[in-house]
Ligand binder design. Structure first.
Ligand code: B12
Length: 451
């Protein structure tokens, strides 16, 4: 049995602070192997290095494991970077202890070599952490050192192997007060091939589904142990074609769980019947990965659906009175003045919904967009990406594009560009005591509130 301190380095508050779910599942795996585990959250402690050092001295860990969720905010108009915090935390560990530092998390896993060098951690685990961290702690405890400081799993966990999160009561209190939501996964992986997206890189390109009963157990336990009834389902995409998401909803209904939740969905393949079932099971709003708004841009991003399907989905959500928001990125491959005009006109047809628009697309390794940027000579192969690099279509001047988007959105309180400006507006709602997604309160239905 070793003493393991798990540390969340995420200090991002956009769109709101999110519970460190990666830490909670890694904690579950380690506690399940008999280790004494404590979870520390740098954001929840007010970003105080002194409090962190105090924790290090009090707990005196054998291993310190740091989770890096975000590299940056992916917003080219108001860029914020987060990698410096992990470095500061590693330095703080070094000042108080000789414990090896192991680093992981999605932000880390996207750029592991660069992040390991930048933070000065001893070991890095790329991708899913549960199994590799147990093995590494076992090996290091037995005096064996891995051949490389970077460890990668040979296979992903199956759905049944994905552990239930070990939520910390203290952290739940903080995050329920801040964001008003707890989070969990019903599956991992993503089989879609969206050109810019890193989800398959992180989680693999097949859905690995948890038993609906295990998901419902997690919700039930979060309610019994921590009084939580509001969740964000943190799956890459909730509405899988095979319909696992519907089985999860049916299980929630069967158990009559008094929960409300929201999730990411694709706009295709979901109609009124499905939305009605999800709503009965607690769905109160959905964030749609619409990603682009002209057919040409959708095609260039490899989305596999057309804008007509987006319109259809939007109508279905409105008909069922479930608020939805569309997230779109302008300036991607092939974007021109004409496609932006068409996209903005299309967005104009989306009634009673919220749109968040981004300019340019953050280039991440392992994606088709990265390969395209290299092929187009916009990026050198092997160029560092820790400082965010954005893809901006050579076919349009970004400033002109910004003027077009801002002009089209002006005066519409349900359209957000740049996203940071919208977050400021949503913050006011937070200050008035609203919790959860917040944008859903901007949507009104004839004759009364949404749900
Ligand atoms: C759901 C989600 C959201 C939801 C979260 C809702 C909620 N309440 O939880 C919302 C929409 C709010 C959101 C917002 C943002 N997100 Co987000 N999000 C995701 C998503 C799809 C899943 C994250 C998750 O919870 N996974 C489940 C947990 C269990 O997995 P995990 O954290 O990866 O942990 C595993 C491993 O990484 C590892 N691990 C984790 N920690 C550790 C620690 C150690 C020591 C070890 C060894 C291993 C380890 O083991 C875990 C289990 O296997 C990921 C993409 C993806 N598929 O991973 C993006 C992702 C994490 N988000 C990202 C970003 C950028 C953001 C935003 C900054 C975007 C924005 N500008 O608004 C904000 C930041 C929010 C915040 N306050 O931190 C990026 C981060 C990378 C980057 N480019 O910087 C990702 C990777 C997507 C992407 N663009 O590539 N997000």
């Amino acid at each position: 049995m070793k003493r393991v301190l798990l540390v969340s380095s995420n200090t991002c508050r956009e769109p709101s602070p999110v519970y460190p779910l990666g830490l909670a599942v890694v904690a579950a795996a380690l506690a399940g192997s008999g280790h004494r585990v404590e979870q520390f959250d740098f954001l929840a402690c007010g970003e105080s290095e002194e409090t962190f050092r105090g924790k290090m001295i009090e707990f005196d860990p054998d291993f310190v494991c740091i989770s890096v969720r975000n590299l940056d905010n992916c917003d080219s108009r108001n860029p914020l970077g987060y990698t410096g915090t992990a470095k500061r935390l590693v330095e703080a560990v070094r000042r108080t202890s000789a414990a090896p530092v192991i680093i992981g998390g999605p932000g880390f896993s996207l750029l592991p070599e660069e992040m390991l060098a930048a933070t000065g951690a001893d070991y890095g685990i790329v991708g899913e952490g549960e199994r590799l961290i147990r093995d590494l702690i076992r090996d290091l405890s037995n005096g064996a050192r891995p051949a490389s400081p970077l460890l990668r799993g040979e296979r992903f966990l199956s759905g049944e192997e994905i552990p239930s999160p070990l939520y910390s009561g203290e952290l739940i209190g903080y995050y329920m007060n801040q964001g008003g939501m707890c989070n969990l996964q019903t599956k991992r992986g993503c089989p879609y091939r969206c050109a810019y997206c890193s989800y398959p890189v992180l989680e693999g390109n097949r859905f690995r589904c948890r038993e609906p009963g295990a998901v419902a157990d997690d919700m039930e336990r979060a309610g019994t142990d921590h009084g939580v009834s509001s969740f964000f389902i943190a799956d890459s995409i909730f509405n899988d074609r095979e319909g696992h998401y519907l089985s999860v909803a049916e299980e929630i209904l069967r158990r009559r769980l008094p929960v409300r939740w929201c999730c990411f969905m694709r706009p295709d393949g979901v109609g009124r019947k499905e939305i009605a079932l999800l709503k009965r099971a607690g769905l109160y709003a959905a964030e749609l990965g619409t990603d682009a708004s002209s057919d040409a841009a959708l095609d260039a991003l490899g989305k596999g659906f057309m804008f007509a399907q987006v319109l259809e989905a939007n109508r279905a959500f409105n008909a069922e009175r479930v608020p939805c928001a569309h997230f779109v990125m302008f300036g991607g491959p092939g974007e021109t003045v004409e496609t932006v005009s068409e996209g903005l006109a299309n967005l104009g047809q989306l009634e009673n919904t919220v749109v968040f628009a981004y300019s340019g697309i953050r280039i991440l390794p392992g994606t088709a967009l990265h390969a395209r940027a290299v092929a187009e000579g916009l990026l050198r192969p092997g160029s560092p990406l820790l400082e965010p690099v954005y893809y901006h279509s050579p076919g349009i001047d970004p400033e002109e594009m910004h003027r077009m988007i801002a002009g089209a959105f002006r005066g519409n309180r349900r359209r957000f560009f740049p996203p940071a400006e919208g977050l400021d507006r949503l913050k006011v709602m937070h200050d008035f005591g609203y919790r959860g997604l917040l944008w859903d309160h901007l949507i009104r239905y004839p004759g009364g509130p949404a749900c």
